[in-house]
Design a protein around this ligand. Sequence first.
Ligand SMILES: *[C@@H]1O[C@H](CO)[C@@H](O)[C@H](O)[C@H]1NC(C)=O
Ligand SMILES: *[C@@H]1O[C@H](CO)[C@@H](O)[C@H](O)[C@H]1NC(C)=O
Ligand SMILES: *[C@@H]1O[C@H](CO)[C@@H](O)[C@H](O)[C@H]1NC(C)=O
Length: 394
Amino acid sequence: MDSSALTLILITILLLGQTTALQYPQEFINELYPDLINTHSVSPAQPPTNSPSLAPALFVIGDSSVDSGTNNFLGTLARADRPPYGRDFDSHQPTGRFCNGRIPVDYIALRLGLPLVPSFLAQTGSIEDMIRGVNYASAGAGIIFSSGSELGQHISLAQQIQQVMDTFQQFIISMGEIAANNLISNSIFYISIGSNDFIHYYLINESKVQSMFLPWRFNQFLARAMKQEIQNLYNANVRNVVIMGLAPLGCAPYYLWLYESENGECVEMINDMIVEFNFAMRFMVEELNHELVGANVVFCDAYEGSMDIMKNSDRYGFNVTTDACCGLGQYRGWIMCLSSDMACTNASNHIWWDQFHPTAAVNKILADNVWSGSHINMCYPMNLQEMVAKNDKH
Ligand SMILES: *[C@@H]1O[C@H](CO)[C@@H](O)[C@H](O)[C@H]1NC(C)=O
Ligand SMILES: *[C@@H]1O[C@H](CO)[C@@H](O)[C@H](O)[C@H]1NC(C)=O
Ligand SMILES: *[C@@H]1O[C@H](CO)[C@@H](O)[C@H](O)[C@H]1NC(C)=O
């Protein structure tokens, strides 16, 4: 890889600014750097050929919890395109996933009988590439536009929704309105975002936010913003939405280090905010299910699911519950995961992969819960399997 050319591209993207640079990123990158596409568009798991899929497509919106390679194309510090990221993934290569292996939406795609969903920026833009689903998620992104900006470029929630709308336009142009709306209304939309509104906004007191908003008001604000985006999706014929709540950030190795936790005790102040966030989102989802006729909106409480894993870590086979597998310093939470020598040998017995992200083993348990509540029920008013079955009857 010619690093000076890459640097030039990244600088150009940064100079162009977020909105302009994002209008034609694919063409832009294709033209200047064709090899970059091949390096990153790993499509390891093939669609199961023998069983029909349970939904036509899976569309993913969110942050690093579900980014499958978007940030590989952006000028940002938030990238997972180098080892040891991906070392336990299907391809054993870094793909941009912030994990040693699969992320929750990988497990969910496979449950639905779909191939792993390609990143919006990594596919060619052809209909064939997008018809089984697209992943718009971008690490560093928040519900608030500027959350995560200090890391560099990212694609915020509102921008991701705009990309979804652009995709829908392409569907309509290529297959006609009826077929496109059929596809859109039967597909599953998975949204996992909000951590960066705490990590890179509220908790660093960006724009003096803490003196203007108490946590409860801040969470109300986030829930309202999310509600508006879901209504926008509904107006574009989206009917099936899964909203993943936030995990206990106060237990993440970074915060254990930052707050000098003793014996790995979680930072309660942060977890209290997360519990409130999840409560506000769940309440908002209940409202939406009343307001949006024919919609299925599901809220999955990742806090409950994660707390179950932490409390019953022995049963789940985790014997390292506070330290990250990869990183440096106390709890390996001080310096972010930058190279393979910073990583443990076996991530499977760890809950945390790096400063902020769980291991693939945890992602699998959470995805199983989203699908069918197989360990604990964490989705309201139904799990994904029930949503799919309900859809089937129409
Ligand atoms: C957040 O920043 C503002 C402005 O600098 C300051 O007045 C306020 O005390 C800060 N809040 C906290 C909790 O540190
Ligand atoms: C966790 O278990 C593995 C064996 O499964 C062992 O090698 C390792 O030392 C254990 N780690 C801790 C912190 O107990
Ligand atoms: C890694 O840890 C898991 C869970 O404890 C265990 O099942 C597996 O055998 C270990 N793998 C290696 C290579 O030690």
